[in-house]
Design a protein around this ligand. Structure first.
Ligand code: UDP
Ligand code: MG
Length: 136
């Protein structure tokens, strides 16, 4: 069974800074994930803290929030069959060292924190994360 889904993707500051946005967007397009919305923004540390609040008890939380708010990001709504899980597959493992060949994080990630891309990890989280950035 495959369902058309939407998921939230974020090109993180390290990748925007290195002008990798078009290359990353082309990976989505080539793999039949439609970019329904896309905007370049910079968020505050408080907004990053809200977005990543599921990680608030983690030792890396403070640095993570500082990092996501440190420069421009590109937030996108991706749409396609099984988009949530399929996008996670295209992204690769959190730590680029462990990511499979040709995944976005293997190709472009610098380190576990500067790993170039965010993607929702469940349908429910995708809905909430889309709402967070694209209020209708
Ligand atoms: N992160 C980090 N150190 C860690 C684990 C995660 O800096 O030890 C960062 C990393 O940028 C990651 C984000 O926190 O993308 C969110 O972590 P999560 O476990 O949700 O990974 P993801 O869903 O992004 O693969
Ligand atoms: Mg996650």
């Amino acid at each position: 069974m495959s369902e058309v889904e939407q998921t939230l993707s974020i090109i993180k500051p390290d990748a925007v800074e290195r002008n990798l946005s078009d290359k990353i967007k082309n990976i989505f397009i080539k793999n039949n994930l439609k970019i329904k919305e896309s905007k370049k923004i910079q968020i505050t540390k408080d907004e990053a803290a809200e977005f990543y609040k599921v990680h608030q008890s983690k030792p890396f939380y403070n640095d993570l929030c500082s990092y996501l708010s440190s420069g421009p990001i590109i937030v996108m709504i991706l749409e396609g069959k099984n988009a949530v899980l399929f996008n996670r597959k295209l992204m690769g493992a959190t730590n680029p060292i462990n990511a499979e060949k040709n995944t976005i994080r293997k190709l472009y990630g610098i380190s576990i924190d500067k790993n170039s891309i965010h993607g929702s990890d469940s349908i429910d989280n995708a809905k909430n994360e889309i709402k967070f950035f694209f209020k209708t």
